[in-house]
Design a protein around this ligand. Structure first.
Ligand code: URA
Length: 445
C-alpha cells in the first residue's frame, strides 16, 4: 500500500477500509510511516471525518496496537472514568481514590495535557517522584493491592494512541470526533475495565463547543463502549468556565487534595460526586445514583478517600510529604495579580483563553518534547456570578517565565467579562447518555 494514496483517499472524503487504516496505524507504531504523513492523515480526517464503521474499526486497531489487559483475577467490577478534556479539570485526582475507597477497583490510564486542556498525568507528575510509567506487572500489582492505580500509556497499552495523541496536540487536530473517540476508547478498552463513565465536556473550554457536537461525541463514545461489551455511561457537562479555582498542574493537584479533605470548590465537588456516584453504581456498590453519591461523600468525610490517595502516591513513588503539607511545595518566581477594571459582576470567563495562557506560563506544551513547569498556573479569585469592586484581585498567575508575564496577564484579564447584573447560572451537568438514549439531568435518580 502507498500511504500517499491513503492520505489522498481520506482527503477526498472517502472511507478507508480496515486494512488501509491498519497500514497507517501499524506503520506509525513501527516507525515506517513518519510523523509528517500521519499529521497529514490526521488533518484530512479532521476535515473529512470518518463513518461510524470506520470510527469503530479505527478504535479497534488503535486498541490492538498493543496489549489488551486482563484484570479478571482482580475481584470486583473494575470501573474507570475519562473526560474529553477541559480547563481546570482535575476531577480524576479526587474521584479515583474516592471511588476506590467505596470498594470499586479503579484502574486508570490517563493522558497528558492536550491542546489547551490539562492532563491527569502531568498533574500526577507534579508530585515529586510520582511514577506514571509503571510496567504492566507493576500496574496489576498496584490495582490488586490498593484497588486503585493511575498510570499513562506504556509502550504496551494503546501505543498508537500514545504517539498520535502527542502528535495531535501539536498539529491542531484534536477537535475531531472520530479521533477523540478512537483515542479515548482505545486506552480505556485496553486497561481491563468492565464499565466506564465518560465526562463529555461542552462549551468554550471544551473541544466540542456546542451542545449538539458534544452530544454527537457522547453518543459515539457510548456506542463504541457498549459495542465492546462494556457498560458505558456519559454525562455532558458544562465547560464554559474553568472547573474550580486552580488551573495548572501542581495548583490543581493542591485543589484536589483540598477536595479529599471536603474543602474543595462546590463545582469540583459536585461533579466528582455525580461521576463517582455513577461509578459506584456501575461497580455494584450502590443501586441508585443518589446512593452512590452518598457513599462517595461518606468516603471523603470519614477520611478513607484521602488515605487511599496517600497510599497511591506512596506506592507509585511520590513524595507524600507534599500531600500532607501542600504549602511546602516550591512556588514560581513571579506571582502577578490581575484586578477588576470596574464594579459589578463577573459575567463570564473564557476558559479556552485561560487554558492557552497556562501553556504560555510554562504549564503546557507547544511541541512534543516541551518540558512542563509544574508550578506554573493561574489561581482564580473570582468566577462567573461573583460580585467585584474595581481594583479587586480577580486572578493570580504564577510563572518562572518573566518574558511571557506582561502579555499573559493582559490575556488573562481579557478572558474576564464584566457587567452590571449577575449572569444567569448554568447547570454543571446537562444530560446523561447511555445505551438507552439521552436524558436531561438531574433525572429521576
Ligand atoms: N482525551 C483523550 O484521551 N483523547 C482525546 O483525543 C481527547 C481527550
Amino acid at each position: 500500500m502507498n500511504v500517499v494514496e491513503l492520505i489522498r483517499k481520506k482527503r477526498n472524503g472517502l472511507e478507508l477500509a480496515s486494512a488501509e487504516l491498519r497500514y497507517i496505524i501499524e506503520g506509525y507504531v513501527k516507525g515506517t510511516v513518519p510523523d509528517y504523513q500521519v499529521s497529514s492523515f490526521l488533518m484530512a480526517t479532521y476535515f473529512r471525518g470518518m463513518t461510524k464503521d470506520e470510527t469503530r474499526e479505527f478504535t479497534r486497531l488503535m486498541l490492538h496496537s498493543g496489549d489488551v489487559l486482563d484484570l479478571q483475577s482482580i475481584p470486583g467490577v473494575k470501573v474507570d472514568k475519562h473526560s474529553t478534556g477541559g480547563v481546570g479539570d482535575k476531577i480524576s485526582l479526587p474521584l479515583a481514590p474516592i471511588v476506590a475507597a467505596c470498594g470499586v477497583p479503579v484502574p486508570m490510564i490517563s493522558g497528558r495535557g492536550l491542546g489547551h486542556t490539562g492532563g491527569t498525568l502531568d498533574k500526577l507528575e507534579s508530585i515529586p517522584g510520582f511514577r506514571t510509567d509503571l510496567s504492566i506487572e507493576e500496574y496489576k500489582a498496584v490495582i490488586a493491592d490498593l484497588g486503585l492505580v493511575m498510570i499513562g500509556q506504556t509502550k504496551e497499552i494503546a501505543p498508537a494512541d500514545k504517539k498520535m495523541y502527542a502528535l495531535r496536540d501539536v498539529t491542531a487536530t484534536v477537535e475531531c470526533i472520530p479521533l477523540i473517540a478512537g483515542s479515548i476508547m482505545s486506552k480505556k478498552l485496553a486497561e481491563g475495565i468492565d464499565a466506564l463513565v465518560l465526562d463529555v465536556k461542552t462549551g468554550r473550554g471544551a473541544f466540542m463547543q456546542t451542545y449538539e457536537r458534544s452530544l454527537e461525541l457522547a453518543k459515539a463514545l457510548v456506542e463504541i463502549g457498549t459495542g465492546f461489551g462494556k457498560r458505558t455511561v456519559g454525562f455532558i457537562t458544562n465547560m464554559d468556565q474553568p472547573l474550580g479555582y486552580a488551573i495548572g498542574n501542581w495548583v490543581e493537584t493542591e485543589e484536589s487534595i483540598a477536595c479529599l479533605h471536603d474543602a474543595g470548590p462546590a463545582d469540583v465537588m459536585e461533579l466528582t460526586y455525580v461521576l463517582g456516584g455513577m461509578m459506584v453504581v456501575l461497580g455494584g456498590k450502590a443501586s441508585t445514583l443518589d446512593e452512590g453519591m452518598a457513599r462517595c461523600r461518606a468516603a471523603v468525610q470519614n477520611g478513607s478517600a484521602f488515605e487511599k490517595f496517600v497510599a497511591l502516591v506512596q506506592r507509585q513513588g511520590g513524595d507524600v510529604s507534599y500531600i500532607h503539607h501542600p504549602e511546602r511545595y516550591p512556588v514560581s518566581r513571579h506571582r502577578e495579580t490581575i484586578t477588576a477594571p470596574q464594579d459589578g459582576f463577573v459575567t463570564s470567563i473564557d476558559s479556552l483563553e485561560l487554558g492557552l495562557s497556562v501553556i504560555g506560563l510554562g504549564g503546557g506544551r507547544t511541541a512534543v518534547d516541551d518540558i512542563i513547569d509544574p508550578k506554573a498556573g493561574i489561581l482564580l479569585k473570582k468566577k462567573a456570578g461573583d460580585a467585584v469592586r474595581a481594583g479587586e484581585v480577580i486572578a493570580e498567575c504564577r510563572t518562572d517565565n518573566s518574558a511571557a508575564l506582561e502579555t499573559l496577564t493582559k490575556r488573562i484579564a481579557a478572558a474576564y467579562s464584566f457587567g452590571t447584573e449577575a449572569p444567569k447560572t448554568e447547570p454543571l451537568v446537562l444530560s446523561i447518555v447511555d445505551a438507552d438514549g439521552v436524558r436531561p439531568f438531574p433525572l429521576n435518580r
